[in-house]
Design a protein around this ligand. Structure first.
Ligand SMILES: C[S@@+](CC[C@H](N)C(=O)[O-])C[C@H]1O[C@@H](n2cnc3c(N)ncnc32)[C@H](O)[C@@H]1O
Length: 252
């Protein structure tokens, strides 16, 4: 059996009882360790599970997909994913390949950035296309995040922007860096959708013991320190009065 197990967003305690039960039964435990970050160490996971956890670097899980699935023919194998296994970074290729190889897969869901962002108070059903800013955005002239923002604003939808990270190399895009990327594209493309006075929401470590939600203009938020990663950015569109009230609350 192959288990795809969501670890949630906080620390080792956020695994579900069903997830923990499955991990304890598994012979091999991999951690997909490059698309997000927990607020605990791998050693803390290992202590709770009583198992060795094999951490995969960027690209490793995809490269080893056949090996992981094949080993699940004979053994119980767990692939641990921070957040939810099927949210934002989907592991759908595992489901497809495992089915082709006749290996049974069980998915154990958990909290995701896609649901935790609800704490900001903007209606989840009023979010449009989610986007992300990669490290190489400026060097490669990437405009996709800006294009997504433009499309969402046209439809009066909020935008969730995920920021690149590479926990294995300890590299995390910050909220000020992400804002600079968007302002840089604005300067080139000039559709007039974001400037220093645009109100944005910066969030860090949602779902952990010390989450941060801060609201301000781009100019203000660029000066804020959000502490440790992971970070995300929300650019609100037209606000309902309840949404306005809740954003005011985060300003204080
Ligand atoms: C590719 S997504 C991974 C999604 C994960 N599978 C999930 O369900 O949450 C990772 C990105 O989401 C954002 N993110 C993830 N967890 C977060 C958190 N707890 N607080 C703020 N942003 C977070 C960051 O921008 C990070 O680079």
């Amino acid at each position: 059996m192959l288990y795809l197990i969501g670890l949630g967003l906080g620390n080792e305690q956020d695994i579900t009882l069903r997830g923990l039960d499955a991990v304890k039964r598994c012979d091999v435990v991999y951690l997909e360790g490059y698309t997000s970050l927990l607020q605990c160490s791998v050693e803390e996971l290992e202590t709770l599970y009583g198992k060795k956890v094999i951490v995969s670097a960027r690209g490793d899980v995809e490269n080893k997909m056949d090996e992981i699935i094949d080993s699940a023919k004979e053994k119980d194998v767990a692939l641990l994913i921070v957040g939810d296994p099927m949210s934002a970074t989907t592991h759908i290729s595992f489901l497809i390949e495992a089915r082709k190889k006749g290996v049974e897969v069980k998915v154990v869901h958990n909290a995701s950035i896609l649901t935790a962002v609800g704490v900001v108070g903007l209606e989840l059903y009023k979010y449009g296309k989610m986007t992300s800013i990669p490290f190489h955005a400026v060097a490669q002239g990437v405009t996709a995040p800006y294009d997504a923002l433009f499309g969402n604003l046209e439809c009066e939808l909020h935008t969730l922007v995920l920021l690149d990270l590479d926990p294995v190399s300890n590299k995390f895009m910050t909220i000020p860096e992400a804002l600079d990327v968007l302002l840089g594209i604005e300067e080139k493309v000039g559709k007039g959708i974001i400037n220093l006075d645009t109100v944005v929401v910066g969030v860090a470590r949602l779902g952990s013991d010390n989450p941060v939600v801060r609201v301000g203009t781009v100019k203000e938020v660029k000066e804020m320190d959000f502490g440790k990663s992971p970070f995300a950015l929300i650019i609100p569109s037209k606000l309902h009065f309840v949404e306005e009230e809740v954003l005011e609350m985060w300003k204080c």
